[in-house]
Write a protein that binds this ligand. Structure first.
Ligand code: NDP
Length: 328
């Protein structure tokens, strides 16, 4: 049966302004790093995208290397777009990135103009798009002049191949410099994509001050610490979970000390009448600098569970203090 988007898709999602721009992003966005490659189940991938859209998620985040194999998440997303959402392109914010290893030879990674421009062209072909809404420099390149990387982003916008630009995982000093170069070029820095969760709070030590001062949006990735901040690892490592893949999340990271913290957080979440995943996302959204939380998922149920964090996203000061004590 052909997919028909829900008419109620905009009734409950919250949309937040991204920094000092005209763009509104849904409070929850969906990333395609895992579970959307050729190795994954295409029907589940399709169902996650359509269910997310029905729940008001308008922002889908990709990168050149998402898969596996690299590039296949973009190809699959292109197929899903064409088949299910062809008439809804103007309702979507689609992002891609380049920075990590993508193809052989000296021009297949980091931050040169040569690599970034070629990579965006490849991403557009894979997704069947004329433009992406946001294009990111995926990581800071210590060897390439930052001016060159930013000029590449500016060129993409001038070519009409990207509407807005962002940076990912740049530290506070690098971000300030990137912001200034882009401002001089006339292409504003829309958004920063850093890792942030209860278990990884590096952005609180300077980066968020820069984002606030410059009015740049913030889209934290891995807000569930890749699944650790959910109830799924409380009783061991379940089959098919990310930890079983032993690549980005390794069983060795799931120590007794960590499980004790997760368990204490889970108790608090239960008292708040929500799942731990929902509490962990609400906690990220409590930070006024955050525009949207960028989740990953391996099933439609997870997407639904995560979006429902919006039903209870306020914390009392006692709850926040209790979380600080648990995380100590
Ligand atoms: P999360 O921290 O949200 O982890 C997602 C994983 O958590 C899922 O795959 C699933 O694990 C588990 N999960 C999700 N929801 C639930 C739930 N309700 N209950 C139980 N378990 C749940 O984010 P990701 O690490 O996946 O990153 C999100 C996105 O951020 C990526 O897709 C990508 O777009 C972006 N990203 C960007 C990076 C960058 O350098 N800019 C780097 C990394 C990510 P399981 O699969 O085991 O079921």
């Amino acid at each position: 049966m052909a997919y028909i988007p829900s008419e109620k898709r905009y009734s409950s999602m919250k949309y937040n302004r991204c920094g000092n721009s005209g763009v509104l992003l849904p409070a929850v966005s969906l990333g395609l790093w895992h579970n959307f490659g050729y190795v994954d189940n295409f029907e589940t991938a399709t169902n996650m995208i359509t269910r997310a859209f029905d729940l008001g998620i308008t922002h889908f985040d990709l990168a050149n290397n998402y898969g596996p194999p690299p590039g296949s998440a973009e190809s699959n997303f292109g197929k899903i777009l064409k088949k299910e959402l062809a008439n809804h392109r103007d309702e979507l914010i689609i992002s891609s990135k380049a920075g990590y290893d993508m193809w052989a030879g000296p021009y297949g990674e980091w931050g040169s103009k040569k690599y970034l421009i070629a990579s965006l062209d490849q991403s557009l072909k894979r997704m069947g798009l004329d433009y992406v809404d946001i294009f990111y420099s995926h990581r800071f390149d210590p060897e390439t002049p930052l001016e060159e990387t930013m000029m590449a982003l500016d060129l993409m916008v001038r070519q009409g191949k990207a509407l807005y630009v962002g940076i990912s995982s740049y530290d506070a000093v690098q971000t300030k410099k990137a912001y200034t170069i882009l401002e001089e070029l006339g292409t504003p820095l829309l958004i920063h994509q850093p890792r942030y969760s209860m278990f990884d709070r590096w952005i609180e030590d300077g980066l968020t001050d820069v984002l606030k001062e410059k009015k740049v949006g913030c889209i934290p990735f891995s807000p569930l610490a890749q699944g650790l901040l959910t109830n799924k690892y409380l009783k061991g490592i379940p089959e098919h979970s990310r930890a079983t893949k032993n690549v980005f999340l390794k069983p060795g990271q799931i120590t007794d000390a960590k499980i004790n913290k997760i368990s204490a957080l889970n108790d608090l979440a239960v008292q708040r009448n929500q799942t731990l995943a929902q509490m962990a996302l609400a906690w990220v959204l409590r930070y006024d600098v955050v525009t949207t939380v960028l989740i990953g998922a391996s099933s439609v149920q997870q997407v639904e569970d995560c979006v429902a964090c919006l039903n209870n996203k306020d914390f009392t000061s006692e709850e926040l203090e209790r979380i600080e004590l648990i995380l100590k």
